[in-house]
Design a binder for this molecule. Sequence first.
Ligand SMILES: [Ca+2]
Ligand SMILES: [Ca+2]
Ligand SMILES: [Ca+2]
Length: 747
Amino acid sequence: MKIKIYSFVMLLFGVLLISGCGGGNASDPDPITDSEGDAFGFGEIQMDGRPAEGTRPVLVILENDSRFEPSSHDTSYFDDLFFGSGDKTLVGYFSEMSNDIFTWRRAGVIGPINYTMSADIIADLEFVDGDEDAQAAIRARGDRKNVTRILQAAIDSGFDFSPYDTNGDNVIWQRELVVARVVNDDSPGGSLRGGLTCPTQTRAGQPDLEVCVGVILLGEHVGIATIGHELAHSVGRGMDELYGSAGLSQNYTLMGATIFAGDDDRQVFHLDPHFKMRLGWMQPRVSTLIQPTSGNEGRFGSCTQIAPAQSYLGGTGSLNPMILYDVVRGTNEYLMLDYRNPDMGGYDADVPSKGLGIWYVKTNDDHSLQRITPGIGGCCDDATNFLLFSPDGTRGSGASRQLWNNSDGVFTLNWTMDDSPTNVYFGVSPQPLSNSIFEVEWATGGALVPRVEEGLSGVVAVHGGLVSISGVLGVEDFGIRTVGLTTDGTDFYPMDVQSWRCGEITARVPPGVPAGVYEMRVYADAARTTWDNFRQVTVNDLAPTVEIVSPGAGARFSEAVDIVLEGESLDPGVGSLEDDQVSWYLDGIFFANGHSSSIPAGRLSPGSHQVRFDGTDGVSVVSTSINIIIDAVVVGVNTPPSAQITSHSDPASVYADTSDAGGWYKMVTFTGTGDDAEDGILSGTSLQWTVRDSGGSVVASGAGNSLTAKLYSACNVVTYSVELTATDSEDESGSDMLDTFNVHLLC
Ligand SMILES: [Ca+2]
Ligand SMILES: [Ca+2]
Ligand SMILES: [Ca+2]
């Protein structure tokens, strides 16, 4: 029984998952499957069957060649650079690039070993011949002799290679140990070379040990990227096809045509996503490209977020770089998309621009990179085929090449191999987005047509309310896509977009839309002819509210003074009503429009009168009223003045927004008036303000027509009262009281 329930839940969950992904369209990027992994060579680059996982030991050897000045760097310098705890180390670099799947560990840092290069090696290394191939062959022989000499020197120095014979075959292979040698030649260069023969370490009571590793040859001023590049060569067979065409990938991958070569350089760039995939360090997502039939342009595609290269992109991450391949062209030719962002720091802080990288990959059946015939589009001598397309449309080299950004608009590219159109149209999200998110959309045949998810339930909203829709919506872009409400397509109320992401748009119901039932659509074009599905939105019109701020209920006025009329209004989601939407009535008779007005008290007879304030948003009419008392002026008898608090924050509560040693507070200004039958308008010290807390203690006071008070809050709310007292020349007084003024705090 339990099993059946479980199955049912799983089935339901599966259905929900599919609908939540916009229908599981084939264009959506999904984690790479096993068969796709086989098709693209995921994890295939290994060293003698050993995947690039875990750690591998590195031995660093420093040497002093007697022909050169002593090195300016000692063993601790290279120990730190390779294995230290600083910001930029080789160990840290490989950890970040591989998403913690692989890095190096310290076998040792030895030397400096002093030596004198033998004459025959010097002769080979400096061999000159008109036949370039012959010259190269002899010089390579010199390198191989030198590598054997270096390994022999390490043995002679007493370094014990035995612990690195992990398979116990009495031979040290490159999969067991990598050796890097730094020489005092004042150069920043690097190369990986094999030896001529394998030198032998004799061991007491054990068989001799052959050391058959290549050696990374480094100059004393080598930069970290060059070392990384050479170490990457030694990670696995297949890492020798690493050079982008004519510098096209320069400064965007560890395997760009030229690694920066300034003395002691610390610039470094991530390895491109293709090699990360081939090494098994990053599982890309995969999306197929389906070419449309006529009339379906822009409808086969999707939109996704990609995290920057230096983020942790382990496992089947939903923000991982991705492969786009055309099902007709097959899996030996594809585009790879990644996001590069120097602002995110780490080991990609030196890439020359920020944005979308689109890598073109053309492989042989064994997934090795194929050579492209030189000269396509006027580019690339003797090119390998690993290109980074540039937004400027050229394939020039150099670090000034910029990645793709929103300013490039909707763009498309050709397949480099035969220069035929990919028919894929890309668009990149505008900035600013969070630095850790980047969005890109793609579709075949034209710009993506946004697709609202089918079956979204209807929603009720009010003016100013937020409504979201999900689906495959593309990036907010290019001034042609609009989100809004329509009843049948003939009317249109554009919505204020609060957030536009690939998969969800949140927008506000505009104030002017009449109550009713609408379709919320995302149009693909300015003419609003292209759209796909909608969400039903029922707009309810909420009634406004009105409030009389002044005069206060029950206030008394001498018939000789002016009464200030001050009202406030709020139409939810819209804001204050317009002045012509509010009106004052005295004893039921219209007096004036507007939120602010005044009336001579003498217009009213002595006694009680009703003051009414009405408002309407065009649909609902609302009203509030108070009573006031008019006192007759008696000749020869002084009448007390009247006071009116005429403004305060709306509503009679605010949120603390500033803090000091006393806590969070809000600066609030109150204004008021005083009027007296005998003295006329009162001002200055005739008007006295008192602000009290809920315990009755005075927290602020002052004289004049206004008072600005620093009102502290505490968790949730603190309540104050505000009193304005007007005093006339006969020392009689009248006052107005705001009983409740709340200062809130979000806790
Ligand atoms: Ca071995
Ligand atoms: Ca309304
Ligand atoms: Ca008086």
